[in-house]
Design a protein around this ligand. Sequence first.
Ligand SMILES: [Zn+2]
Length: 389
Amino acid sequence: MKLEDSWTVSGIHYGTGRPVQVKIQGTQIVNVSPDDSADHSDLPFIGPGLVDLQINGYGGRDFNTHPLSVDMVSSVTEQLWQTGVTAYCPTIITNGDQEIEDAARMIAKACDQNTNVEHSVIGIHLEGPFITPEDGPRGAHDRQYVKAPDWNLFQRWQEVAGGRISILTISPEWESAPTFIERCVDNGVIVSIGHTSASPEQIQEAVKAGARLSTHLGNGAHLMLPRHPNYIWEQLAEDSLYACIIADGFHLPDSFIKVALRAKGDRLMLVSDAVSLSGMPPGTYDMHIGGRVQLTEEGRLCVAEQPELLAGSAQMLTWGIGKLVSSGLTDLKNAWDMASIRPARFVDSPHAGELAAGAAADLVLFDMRGKELTVRQTIKGGQSVYTRA
Ligand SMILES: [Zn+2]
């Protein structure tokens, strides 16, 4: 066996605020010790790699573009290093049966052909098409492709994906949902409730059948709801449901995030739900989903003709973490954990763990000024894969 050289990075521990030296050998952290050197003034923060359970694309590329290619998936994977994301679930949304199949096949092919992709894609998130047909909670998903849960169809997609579909967002309002959810759970697929107009009873039946997650809780909902009961209260109050939220500063008010933080505690996670315009400069763009959209200087993505309507998120996890911390909703440790360790544990991935010996050497060195987090260096599998120029 070849003895691999070890190397060390220094940074301010994102959780304790103390300077540490992290020793890396091969793909693992082998030691974390206090950094006793005299000058810590220019040290970046250091934390575990970020893990995004819901991301549609980045830097102008989208997993829902057809035809998708191995190069596109590889390129997104590598560009995400600039944002500190070292593991993620490429997200395929409601589309024609063949389009979903093609996207799943291409992501699987990219995993087979590119080890960077293989080690970064911790599962495919299929969001739809078994969601609500109703305007409002359906969001931007195309109504013509929405349908009732169909096990044979899902199996067809899972087969071409090589079993990689690990999260499935569905609405439990369909009559066949409980049976379908049980089958998913028996086959190791995490079922998440989202884009739903389900009744509280249907939510409870889904939980009984094994649903474990809420997809971007508080979004993908009607503009007007009965004050109570409703599907948001029901999911907030259900302790066995983990929840993901989009904290880009536009999708949810701080008051909702505060309540979700208290209701869910360490079961709350952050996703970007970023579309392909993330990482792109402000401007007006023509999208295959949502038509003409505008990305404002402030980072808000909206329908160009109706700026009051959001057209998805264009912000990454670092942005959401910065928002949570700068608004005083939570501290850096908790916000970073919500976007790294927790989602990794939730999907049972070894790609993000405590800064401790034995954890994967997927690490991010970053600076934080006000609400702005910038990545200085990203380490993936023990290799430095991105350094800011
Ligand atoms: Zn959605």
